[in-house]
Design a protein around this ligand. Structure first.
Ligand code: AR6
Length: 205
């Protein structure tokens, strides 16, 4: 049974600095999963996950917002990384951002001709970002809705991949090392989709 949006989650408008929403838990159902609506660049988590492109040299959307907020040093570090393959992630410092690290994941450009290939790549983004967080001793990670903007991945399908990959990972030996995974929604369509899917993937314990 899926509770209504209002019953389930307190969607929070983010202020510039926060630990509050994370320590209180943003979800009524699972204290390791959170959902927030707002600008990912304001989150004081250990790592935020950028929806980058394979050059890692910045762009529009959330990538543009992250580079603007982090400052030029981020671009300078990204230049040393030699790009990143689709479905993979690389980690950098966060410079002027309130988080500790930025994980740059390169999502697929969606194509209905190759839905399976897109799904595999998107899964790879979440999996590799989670792995990088653990390898770097990070405990809290916030994901942007990778590929669902400029890259055109249907929101519902993308959120399904996000939830299922996170759920599997949290159950592994590495996954135990993470305290919290937050899904950051920005547009209304993604809010609706996550409010529908989260209680199904992360039911009350
Ligand atoms: N905070 C959180 N989420 C955001 C923000 C923000 N400040 N701004 C946008 N979103 P997109 P993609 C959401 O287009 O589809 C760039 O040019 C947005 O509503 O940023 O993976 C890169 O360089 C959407 O749900 O990323 C690549 O070339 C989600 O972030 C290309 O876009 C992702 O949308 C990547 O496209």
């Amino acid at each position: 049974e899926i509770p209504t949006l209002g019953q389930l989650y307190r969607l929070q408008k983010m202020g510039p600095s926060l630990l509050g929403p994370f320590s209180h838990g943003t979800s009524a159902y699972n204290d390791r999963i959170g959902i927030i609506r707002g600008d990912i660049t304001t989150l004081a988590v250990d790592a935020i996950v950028n929806a980058a492109n394979s050059s890692l040299l910045g762009g529009g959307g959330v990538d543009g917002a992250i580079h603007r907020a982090a400052g030029r040093e981020l671009l300078a570090e990204c230049r040393t990384l030699d790009g990143c393959d689709t479905g993979c992630s690389k980690i950098t410092n966060a410079y002027r951002l309130p988080c500790k690290k930025v994980i740059h994941a390169v999502g697929p450009v969606y194509s209905d001709l190759y839905p399976q290939r897109c799904e595999t790549a998107l899964r790879g983004c979440y999996q590799s970002a989670l792995q990088l967080a653990v390898q770097n001793g990070l405990k809290t990670i916030a994901f942007s809705a990778i590929s669902t903007g400029i890259y055109g991945y249907p929101s519902y399908d993308a959120a399904t991949v996000a939830c299922s990959t996170v759920k599997s990972f949290l159950g592994t030996e590495d996954g135990i090392k993470l305290d919290k995974v937050v899904f950051v929604t920005f547009e209304e369509k993604d809010v609706r989709v996550y409010n529908n899917l989260l209680p199904r993937f992360f039911p009350p314990e």
